[in-house]
Design a binder for this molecule. Structure first.
Ligand SMILES: *Cc1c(COP(=O)(O)O)cnc(C)c1O
Length: 378
């Protein structure tokens, strides 16, 4: 059994993917080919956002807006404590200070009440200017944007949605990657919509921001490629990856998103009462980047992972270490109080992500569920 079965997906889509790749090879338009523009257009339509700018990976997709907003040393950017490293890394990369905020125990996403507390604390005590917040749509579930938008407005913060795991998710009638002032996603192969290498995209309704981000992604280009008006970087999506994504995007909207939601419902039906299953609050729709259960304690979690492994079933711990405990952030002048991160610390010890992808069979899910039952009951 695969944790995320990319091979099954390739086999299902092979004729179309091979054809799409062959077309790029025949045309030899490897950089900024028409497929990139076409993909940007369909992703913008799907998310109902005015501009989609493809780039080299999901980390660059976070850096582009931060750079365009001139977020820099002396600025504070609020980031959930429970996320992939890149969400905090990009803040430090532009010289600003990431301020980690605890998460909600049910949704795993940034806790709006704690966000407000952190903003007030930073405004009062530290020599930092609150500038932005990067809510993450963790494991496919959009963050609580209704609450976050109110707080951001109150304290005049920019919102950058980290939709690396969220593409395809929804909150009421709005899709992930359409929240905040800008949003980013990743096409890393294991993400809900993945390519065959690295890739990413950034979304915004702001014309001026879009123009600046396009420029930054191509060495700060001005009117033409050899007129450079700012310091930028080289961050483009390969035409090959765009062509592959066009095929995969169609499968994603035609059936894959529905399949992962069916798989999640199946797991939840089998596992409820045995372990804490993922919570999808009213009005939310998840794209199930991960199906993450919550065990009673670390011992039970580690035993379950062992028991699954013995049966040849892969599982992953997302995430083992909170952001505030990452070595890279140690000594960055930030003093952390463990009491501020009770939920995140506990999640890191007790969560486990089970195999989840659109090609998972009910037989496989049944097998996984039975091992979970035996492990936690026995
Ligand atoms: C994967 C991921 C990223 C980074 O994406 P890359 O394409 O790997 O650079 C950023 N944020 C989150 C939450 C992620 O899961």
């Amino acid at each position: 059994m695969q944790f995320r079965d990319l091979k099954a997906q390739y086999l299902a889509l092979k004729p179309q993917i091979d054809q799409a790749v062959q077309t790029v090879l025949d045309d030899c338009n490897f950089i900024s080919g028409r497929q990139v523009k076409e993909l940007e257009k369909s992703l913008a339509e799907y998310t109902d956002v005015k501009h989609c700018i493809a780039c080299a990976n999901g980390t660059d997709a976070l850096s582009l807006p931060l750079m365009a907003w001139d977020i820099k040393a002396g600025d504070a950017v609020f980031v959930p404590d429970f996320t992939f490293f890149a969400t905090g890394e990009v803040v430090s990369l532009v010289g600003a200070t990431p301020v980690f905020v605890d998460v909600d125990t049910d949704t795993f996403n940034i806790d709006p009440a704690k966000l407000e507390e952190a903003i007030i604390k930073v405004s009062k005590e530290e020599n930092l200017k609150p500038r932005a917040v990067i809510p993450v749509d963790l494991f496919g579930l959009p963050a609580d944007y209704s609450a976050i938008e109110k707080i951001a407005e109150k304290y005049d913060l920019l919102i950058l949605e980290d939709g690396a795991q969220g593409f395809g998710g929804m909150l009421k009638d709005k899709r992930a990657c359409s929240f905040g002032d800008a949003a980013s996603t990743s096409f890393f192969p294991a993400k809900p919509l993945g390519c065959y290498g690295d890739g990413g995209a950034v979304f915004t309704n702001d014309d001026e921001l879009a123009a600046v981000m396009r420029s930054i992604g191509i060495h700060g280009k001005g009117e033409d490629k050899y007129d450079n008006v700012r310091i930028g970087m080289n961050s483009r999506l390969d035409t090959l990856q765009a062509a592959i994504l066009q095929v995969k995007f169609k499968a994603f909207i035609d059936y894959e998103l529905e399949k992962v939601n069916q798989a999640a419902a199946f797991y939840t039906e089998k596992l409820k009462g045995l372990v804490k299953t993922p919570v999808v609050p009213e009005g939310y729709y998840s794209s199930w980047a991960q199906y993450t259960i919550h065990l009673e304690n670390q011992e039970q979690r580690d035993k379950l992972q062992e028991d699954l492994k013995k049966e040849g079933i892969p599982s992953m711990i997302y995430y083992k270490k909170p952001m505030h405990k990452q070595t890279a952030f140690a000594g960055a002048g930030m003093d952390f109080n463990e009491a501020d991160f009770l939920v995140c610390n506990q999640l890191c010890d007790t969560v486990l992500s089970l195999p989840m992808h659109p090609y998972l069979t009910e037989d496989d899910q049944h097998r996984v569920s039975e091992v979970v039952r035996r492990s936690v009951e026995g």
